[in-house]
Design a protein around this ligand. Structure first.
Ligand code: LLP
Length: 429
């Protein structure tokens, strides 16, 4: 029996002896079978993450709306739809995806600061559950579009609670200086306006304060400010059925210790009940915490490029790049990088970089690795904001994706071929 060595993140990604496993599949075998770069996901890790939210909310009127932007593969959406999940979308593209994956429109909320009239129209036509409205101008436009279409838009105002989520500035969204939401001080007046607008039906209130949040306190601060508002708004005669607290719960990439979904929701429910709001429908929009730890990005070592200088950099050049995984280049995010098969021998400290022609194209810096050309490496906790942020920069086709369940692995997205990349472009006459 091989010893099992766990890695930060999900128990479904672990070494059995020297071999990195995703559930009961050897990751190197997946690379050999499907090629690299390859995104591979554990379906049971996704379902386990979802059921932690579901268990914490059992017995409550609630809806968990998976934030599609974290990973929008149809098979991922289908996995969540079958498990009873709703969806948080931010574009007509995401709407088309969730419908193709079998989602019920009555469980879809539409977020985002820049919804177009055409997007509003499409969402009204299929009957989404709620528009999370982010500005007064958007509210007026939605009313006009709904009236013209002869429909009623159910809405919630996304309020900016002005709390510090204590996360990376690019992914902090609940502070006053952010572009998101309606200012806390304006909320009562905007609800009063919404109540008078034709084609608009108020159903709730929402906030989302940021992403990769590793503490409970910012959530409790936001909750308190939201409940103050709910009370002030309802005192004016407007009824708010649901309270949507957004997403944002962090995951472990290195040594972060975020609360579990159970701990976070337990603390929130306690406060909600203590303040007399136990009757309200609760909604959450988790993205990263449902899929992040469930995925790895598998890549092959193309070349090792040692430095002759004593203090020089050694490079490990791999076939995945910033176009496949943008997080390190974009946020200087630290993501674990481990060999798919452990080797004996002393590790060397490498910068792990991709083939894209930019110095910003790196996946990890100063990583101690015992590797040889042709080995496979796995970038850990790559299930969220990996493939969904991938681009075709350097005319690189996007990676293939596979879903693993036990010892089975199925292709859920084909690797993009070069000709697909310029289909739709035209030579001049
Ligand atoms: N709801 C709204 C309105 C959002 O804007 C987001 C994420 C979520 C829910 C889901 O948040 P989560 O549970 O995944 O933290 N690309 C960045 C993260 C951007 C998050 C954007 N909004 C990254 O790779 O770290």
């Amino acid at each position: 029996m091989n010893t099992v060595t766990n890695l930060p993140g999900s128990p479904q990604v672990a070494y059995r002896g020297d071999v990195l496993m995703l559930e009961d599949c050897a990751v190197a075998d997946l690379a050999a079978r499907f090629g690299t770069p390859l995104y591979a996901y554990s379906q049971s890790a996704m379902l386990a993450a979802l059921s932690a939210y579901q268990r914490a909310l059992a017995g409550r009127d609630h809806l968990i709306c998976y934030a599609v932007k974290a990973n929008s593969n149809l098979a991922v959406l289908q996995t969540f739809a079958r498990a009873g999940c709703g969806f948080d979308i931010v574009s007509a593209g995401e709407l088309a995806r969730v419908l193709a994956a079998g989602a019920a429109p009555s469980k879809v909320v539409f977020s985002g600061v820049g919804k177009t009239r055409a997007e509003m129209q499409q969402a009204l036509d299929v009957g989404v559950m709620c528009f999370n409205v982010e500005s007064e101008a958007e509210l007026e436009t939605l009313s006009a579009v709904a009236v013209q279409a002869g429909r009623t838009a159910q809405i919630s105002l996304r309020v900016n609670p002005d709390v510090d989520a204590k996360t990376h500035p690019y992914i902090s969204t609940g502070l006053k200086g952010n572009k998101f939401g309606i200012a806390h001080e304006r909320a009562v007046a905007v609800y009063a306006r919404a109540a008078r607008l034709p084609g608009i039906e108020i159903v709730g209130i929402d906030c989302h304060i940021g992403s990769q949040i590793t503490e409970i306190d910012p959530y409790l601060d936001a909750l308190d400010r939201m409940l103050d508002l709910v009370e002030a708004i309802e005192a004016t005669g407007v009824t708010l059925h649901h309270l949507d607290l957004g997403g944002g719960l962090g995951i472990t990439y290195a040594d972060e210790q975020p609360p579990s979904a159970g701990e976070l929701i337990g603390a929130l429910l306690q406060r909600i009940d203590a303040r007399g709001h136990a009757h309200r429908q609760l909604m959450f929009e988790p993205g990263r915490s449902l899929v992040g730890n469930a995925g790895v990005l598998v890549t092959e070592v193309l070349y090792l490029k040692p430095s002759d200088d004593a203090d020089g950099k050694h490079f490990c050049i791999v076939d995945a790049a910033m176009n496949d995984m943008a997080r390190p280049a974009m946020y200087e995010a630290w993501m674990g990088i481990v060999p798919c098969r452990l080797r004996d021998g002393p590790p060397v400290t490498y910068d792990v970089v991709g083939p894209v022609c930019e110095s910003g194209d790196w996946l990890g810096r100063d990583r101690a690795l015992a590797v040889q050309q042709g080995d496979h490496l796995a970038l850990l906790s790559a299930g969220a904001y990996g493939m969904s942020m991938a681009s075709n920069y350097n005319t690189r086709g996007r990676a293939a994706e596979v879903m693993v369940s036990g010892d089975q692995a199925g292709l859920i997205r084909e690797r993009e071929s070069p000709t697909e990349l310029f289909r739709g472009e035209h030579l001049l006459p």
